[in-house]
Design a protein around this ligand. Structure first.
Ligand code: ADP
Ligand code: MG
Length: 246
């Protein structure tokens, strides 16, 4: 096997909101092709890290690089990086007044200037991949939560990202819809996509991830391959957390 190539490098990143320090000296590397699951209590800084990678939230100190280029305020670099980083949120955030097809084609048409016919063709291929090809002309309100989230994944993939960030993508779903979304994510992982996934789905972490990272009060408290992480929890806080999540 070839040596993993670092794609996102996070070095000593700190972030505070007022006097509340949310990220404390976070350092890690996300390699190309790797699936990382991030777990940890609510408020431990998981979303803030994902948002900092995407510059939705500027960090205070330390550095983040994507493909060797620093994440910062340079608009040209930022636009390039954002097109390389797909993001899927807990709330699907589809555009309510647009059809499924238009939701998926919007960014390629606006940002890449992809001609409509070509954008439609690419979008239909993505919708097939997430099992939504028969719903292309529906509107978000006509879809279940699980279907909307699968469209949101297709929309993120439409920019042909190099990495996909998922922030609790199944937490807002009714239980019977969780699996269909996890199945799509599992397929993406199988296809070699680099993924960073914040989730409480321990089954997904065990079966799909290459590595599980445990956040505790703004720090990476533990980082290990899933077999090791779950069979031999590094400390009592992790053991308790895993116990609560099943
Ligand atoms: P997690 O995703 O692990 O639940 P977050 O990264 O969302 O945690 O939040 C970490 C902490 O930062 C929480 O205490 C949260 O209330 C706080 N926080 C997050 N975003 C903001 C913000 N924009 N302004 C103020 N506080 C925030
Ligand atoms: Mg969060």
């Amino acid at each position: 096997m070839s040596r993993p190539a670092p794609f996102i490098v996070v070095k000593q990143v700190c972030k505070s909101f007022g006097s509340h320090q949310v990220l404390r000296d976070v350092s890690t590397v996300f390699n190309t092709g790797e699936v990382t699951v991030i777990i940890g209590a609510s408020g431990s800084g998981k979303s803030t890290l994902l948002r900092a990678i995407n510059r939705l939230e500027p960090h205070d100190s330390g550095s983040i690089t994507i493909g060797g280029e620093p994440v910062g305020d340079d608009q040209h670099t930022l636009q390039k990086q954002r097109s390389e980083v797909g993001m899927v949120f807990q709330q699907f955030n589809l555009f309510g007044h647009m059809s499924v097809l238009d939701n998926v084609t919007l960014a390629p048409r606006r940002i890449r200037r992809t001609p409509r016919a070509q954008a439609n063709e690419q979008a239909m291929a993505l919708l097939r991949r997430v099992g939504m090809q028969d719903h292309a002309h529906k509107y978000p309100w006509q879809l279940s939560g699980g279907q909307q989230q699968r469209v949101a994944i297709a929309r993120a993939l439409a920019m042909q990202p190099k990495v996909m960030l998922f922030d609790e993508p199944t937490s807002a779903l009714d239980p019977e819809m969780v699996q269909e979304v996890l199945d799509v994510m599992r397929e993406l992982a199988r296809g070699g996509m680099t993924m960073i996934v914040v989730t409480h789905e321990m089954g997904f972490a065990r079966e799909v991830s290459d590595r599980v990272m445990f956040f505790d009060q703004g720090r990476i408290a533990h980082d290990a391959p899933p077999a090791e992480f779950f069979s031999n929890p590094a400390n009592d806080r992790i053991r308790a957390f895993i116990g609560r999540m099943g």
